[in-house]
Design a binder for this molecule. Structure first.
Ligand SMILES: [Zn+2]
Length: 1056
């Protein structure tokens, strides 16, 4: 399009800077179409775009969600499926989208403005003027395949969700909260029975009604070039002016100008059964209507009163129901921000026979709280803490802006007044002035005295059986009705649709867009300094190092500093678990759970855990203890604090107290065990996680922490531990003491301090408060970090002899699989750049595997693991009507590419290379992330400081031959019997077919119940106690180490 020398026709509504973060917010409106543009300018390598449309529908047809999928299938000027994603991939971008009950949002995240600017108009055209062909509707939404089964991308997605406890309960609650005719009542994702009859006409009609410029907000968070942005949008509007209704067309603002929900006239209490084999625990959902989200003070008050009630183990609801009475494993809460907001309480892990009692207990407890004076000093702490957290969130998280901006666009005032509330945090000052009576009045009005909707979620074996039976009957009847001929016709129609959808994109079309330069990607620089034993890794030549060297020195604790201009201090202590005796390793999750939740000894007196938590909350922004996997070391614990810089030394005092003066208390340990046990049934319902856990059991040694912390270990070990706690608490306590002694040693600590180093008053010697603790020996040499490849079992080192195992699970409607073969084991492997490009190539959105698997309805997603030095390599199938078919389709595709039979697509190769650049930018998207990345690179992985930048260069030079070679050597074996093992979790109905299919591929097969993979680490139950359903065996047990779900698409509501 020729550039126009016109002033863009956008009106600036307002522009203001936030009081508490270096961010400017600007709002524009198109004078021609009414389209809104809202930009939050902030520094960093990433630009995040959100194209949001309020979408309101009064049925369960699923038109909003199916439309969201179809948008990506082509647009007026770009009538090729996959063009958008191919372009985006090359321009350091990723696309995604979600459908909520009240809006649809499309995301574009890019490293650097140039790439963003290139994709923006192409993407917007897809959103506003999509092709919406019947062929696309057949493959993406729903079809009946040649065997008479229902399939289609959206259909399979909803199939995996519709009968889950959370979906069933949420939907029932909304049916009770909202009458017919109110949009919030409906399942915008689409109910299966509706999706089966949904027509493309209905979807097109919905697009026409909702997707108009005056119902579109273009929201951008990042380093945006405003002039360029408005110019692009002006040209875009020009290009679609004949395709969209003008500003004068009649349009009702969704939800705002619609029927408003009436107040609840009564309280509802209903039971919803959900299909589940394990009937021991269920959950509860309680909903109240709350104030309008547009009222900033009231909205913030909700968040504070809920934090007061159930924000942590010391808040009253959690403290009584979870910690003291052990009625639930947690009571979480959330809030739907709407004009009539909804406040949700969710007690989980509730014993099934106590569901009704626990619901009553919650309501009576709420009334009790409202009937007595509140703990106003704690209330004020909650206000201050939330203010600190918001400021912190605003510095480190782009979603702080996008969430606020989307909500404001949906429900706020169009004159900009409600968005302006974000400028300051004055609402906290107002709330700080609220009295006890104000708060209790608020609590009574919206919660304790208010009508509500309560849903008891009850697990049911018979519901599972009934569901299966109904589905089988329905399908059998249909197949009979269709007959051979009917089925053949459907198969043919599907093939035609696929063929039409897969029309290849001529290379010259893509060549119109050059790969953008990387100059506009502004990486965040974090400079490193080191003290104590960390100096042995090299002493950086940085000003931060000079500051550290000039400061008073202390004991030689291993500390790496990362200097960034943050207002906060982020601290991580990485502590290895290697020295912990194997039989105690399953205790580590409990140890972590209680680390911040136990009494301590302070100057010789016992301080109860509630006071510990209250004081911790006062001194910090947040704190936690997690698996070290996110720092590249899955075999360690990472203790983390985020504090204001004034609290630097206080935090070190805390570390010393928690590490050395913590009292292991049988009551606290029992509470933690009970909670953990209550969560197990739910964890065991997850087909993906269970497949990964079993895969881990096969390929890693039981000594590994990542193996010992699995649900399938907890399931037996914790049960027996609970019994032992009753009969012999001293033994259990001695185990915990032993564990602490083995972890908290001088030689086992690596510290990362991320801060504005200049502003720390005593950065080095302050650590002597910890390092001088009794029993620490500063002369000891540091223990090495465990290499991921060191925890492989014999089978993990040479996969293939195990074969395959099929695990039927009653909770599943579909199947999941994990295949494991040998992978790279070192960052020094010269094949690494080609390996990363090959994986990016195969996994590209609309790329080879996407079209071969997802495009054919064989799975919602497939993907590979990304570990580079673990020595194992995984292929995962996520939510598939038949995982064996997905595996076979993926294998065939990879084989064709590896052999050269199918040539490499140049644009996709460029996309894979750009994807690695985007990955590097992602890892360094914020100051804290950039700092952490330096620590991972230098300390955990022992690589050169500029390793990532070097990688980008090396990746650009990868050749086609290198890609094919690595596919043949590393990737293909994961599909080969004898060189790989396969774990499948699936619906029981699929068992027989799966066994046949895997045998046909050459795998040894066995069918096992999930309980076959339980492991007790030698902790036996008391004699005479026969534990149900547990067969012991002596396999190797392990876990994948990283927390990631990086393999497959995993988020239920996110897809693209
Ligand atoms: Zn979807």
């Amino acid at each position: 399009m020729p550039s126009q020398v016109k002033t863009p026709r956008f009106r600036k509504i307002q522009s203001f800077q936030l009081d508490y973060a270096p961010t400017t917010i600007t709002q524009y409106e198109s004078e021609r179409t009414g389209m809104r543009v809202i930009v939050a300018d902030r520094e960093g390598p990433k630009i995040n775009g959100y194209f949001a449309l309020p979408t309101e529908i009064l049925d369960d047809s699923g038109a909003p969600h199916t439309l969201e999928h179809l948008i990506f299938m082509g647009s007026k000027s770009y009538q090729y499926k996959g063009l958008l994603d191919k372009l985006a991939g090359r321009a350091y971008s990723g696309t995604n989208a979600w459908t909520a009950v009240d809006h649809t949002a499309y995301t574009l995240e890019t490293a650097g403005w140039d790439g963003f600017a290139q994709i923006l108009p192409v993407y917007l055209e897809h959103v506003m003027v999509p092709t919406l062909t019947d062929d696309a509707c057949i493959t993406e939404v729903h079809h009946i395949d040649g065997e008479g089964n229902d399939a289609g991308v959206v259909y399979s997605e909803m199939q995996g969700i519709q009968y889950g406890s959370s979906e069933l309960m949420d939907l029932r609650a909304r049916r009770l909260l909202y009458p017919e005719g109110v949009g919030f009542r409906y399942e915008t994702g689409g109910m299966l029975e509706s999706l089966r009859v949904l027509t493309n006409e209905r979807i097109r009609e919905f697009h026409k009604a909702m997707y108009r410029p005056q119902n579109l907000a273009v929201i951008i968070v990042g380093d945006a070039d405003h002039d360029d942005l408005l110019r692009i949008l002006d040209e875009f509007e020009e290009s679609i002016k004949d395709d969209v209704p003008g500003l004068d067309a009649k349009f009702k603002r969704p939800f705002i100008e619609s029927t408003q929900p009436p107040a609840l006239k009564q309280t509802y209490l209903e039971t919803v059964e959900f299909p589940e084999e394990d009937e021991s625990t269920g959950e509860i959902l309680v909903a109240f209507f709350g104030p309008s989200c547009v009222d900033n003070v009231q909205a913030t008050a909700i968040s504070i009163i809920m934090t007061y009630l159930c924000g942590s183990s010391v808040s009253v609801i959690e403290n009584v129901m979870v910690e003291k009475e052990e009625l639930a494993s947690s009571v979480s809460w959330w809030w739907d921000s709407r004009p009539n907001s909804v406040i949700w309480f969710q007690p989980t892990g509730v014993a099934t026979e106590k569901l009704a009692f626990v619901e009553q207990r919650l309501i009576s407890l709420l009334k009790e709280v409202a009937s007595k004076p509140l703990d106003m000093s704690y209330m004020k702490e909650c206000i201050q803490r939330e203010r600190r957290q918001n400021k912190f969130y605003a510095e480190g998280n782009e979603q702080y802006y996008s969430q606020n901006m989307i909500t404001d666009y949906l429900f706020g005032n169009r004159n900009g007044s409600t968005l302006q509330d974000i400028q300051s945090m004055s609402e906290y000052d107002i709330l700080d002035g609220w009295t006890d009576e104000n708060w209790r009045g608020f609590l009574r009005k919206w919660i304790s005295d208010a009508h509500h909707v309560s849903i008891l979620g009850k697990p049911s074996q018979s519901a599972a059986a009934k569901l299966k039976e109904t589905e089988e009957t329905r399908l059998a009847k249909r197949k009979e009705e269709l007959g051979k001929e009917g089925l053949a016709k459907l198969a043919e129609r599907l093939e035609t649709a696929k063929k039409n959808n897969e029309k290849p994109i001529p290379p010259e079309v893509l060549d119109q867009w050059p790969v953008p330069k990387t100059d506009s990607i502004h990486f965040i620089e974090s400079s490193t300094a080191r003290s104590g034993k960390a100096r042995s890794l090299g002493i950086p030549n940085t000003s931060a190092q000079k500051t550290i060297d000039a400061a008073p020195q202390g004991l030689p604790l291993f500390i790496q500093y990362e200097d960034v201009p943050t207002n906060f201090v982020h601290l991580t202590i990485l502590a290895g678990t290697k020295e912990v005796p194997t039989k105690l390793k399953p205790l580590l999750p409990l140890f972590a759970e209680n680390f911040f939740n136990s009494p301590v000894l302070h100057n010789g007196t016992r301080v109860e855990f509630e006071d510990v938590v209250k004081q911790l909350e006062k001194d910090t922004i947040s704190y936690g203890i997690v698996n070290g996997g996110r720092l590249g070391d899955g075999e360690s614990l990472a203790i983390q604090f985020q504090v204001e810089k004034e609290k630097y030394e206080t935090m070190i005092d805390w570390l010393r107290t928690l590490m050395f003066d913590l009292i292991f208390d049988p009551v606290r340990i029992k509470a933690a065990v009970t909670k953990a046990l209550a969560d197990i049934p739910e964890a065991k319902r997850d087909g993906r996680d269970m497949a990964l856990e079993v895969d881990t059991a096969i390929h890693f040694v039981p000594e590994a922490y990542s193996v010992a912390r699995r649900t399938l270990v907890k399931a037996v070990y914790f049960k027996r531990l609970k019994t032992l706690l009753e009969s012999d608490p001293d033994t259990v306590l001695s185990w915990f003491q032993d564990l602490a002694r083995n972890i908290f040693t001088f030689q086992n600590f690596r510290v990362l301090v991320t801060a504005d180093v200049e502003k720390l008053s005593n950065p080095v010697a302050a650590w002597d408060r910890l390092a001088s603790a009794h029993g620490l020996d500063p002369t000891k040499d540091l223990l090495p970090i465990t290499k991921p490849s060191a925890i492989l079992s014999a089978e993990g080192r040479a996969p293939g002899s195990f074969g395959s195992v099929i695990i039927p699970m009653a909770t599943l409607e579909s199947s999941f699989s994990v295949s494991t073969a040998t992978g790279l084991s070192s960052y020094a492997d010269p094949r690494l750049p080609a390996y990363l490009v090959a994986l990016g190539y195969l996994e590209a959105v609309e790329g080879p595997l996407w079209t071969a698997v997802r495009g054919n309805g064989l799975a919602y997603g497939v993907g590979f693991s990304r570990e580079v030095n673990g020595g194992a390599f995984q292929f995962r199938v996520f939510r598939s009507p038949d995982a064996s078919k997905a595996i076979e389709a993926a294998r065939a595709k990879v084989a064709r590419i590896a052999s050269g039979e199918e040539p490499l697509d140049r644009h996709l190769v460029e996309g894979a290379m750009s994807g690695i650049v985007l990955g590097v930018a992602d890892d360094q998207a914020t100051m804290a992330a950039a700092a952490q990345q330096n620590f991972i690179t230098g300390v955990v992985r022992g690589l050169e400081p500029d390793w990532n930048r070097q990688l980008i260069t090396r990746v650009r030079n990868v050749t086609g031959d290198e890609i094919r070679k690595v596919m043949t050597e590393v990737i293909l074996p994961v599909f080969e019997a004898g060189k790989s093992n396969v774990v499948v979790t699936c619906a029981p109905i699929m068992e027989e077919g799966m066994v046949k299919a895997l045998s046909a591929m050459g795998y040894k097969t066995q069918v096992q119940p999930l309980s076959h993979f339980h492991e007790d680490y030698g902790l036996k139950g008391p004699e005479g106690e026969e534990e149900e359903e547990e067969e012991e065996d002596e396999g190797d047990y392990s876990d994948e180490g990283s927390e990631g779900s990086e393999g497959s698409s995993s988020d239920e509501s996110m897809d693209g």
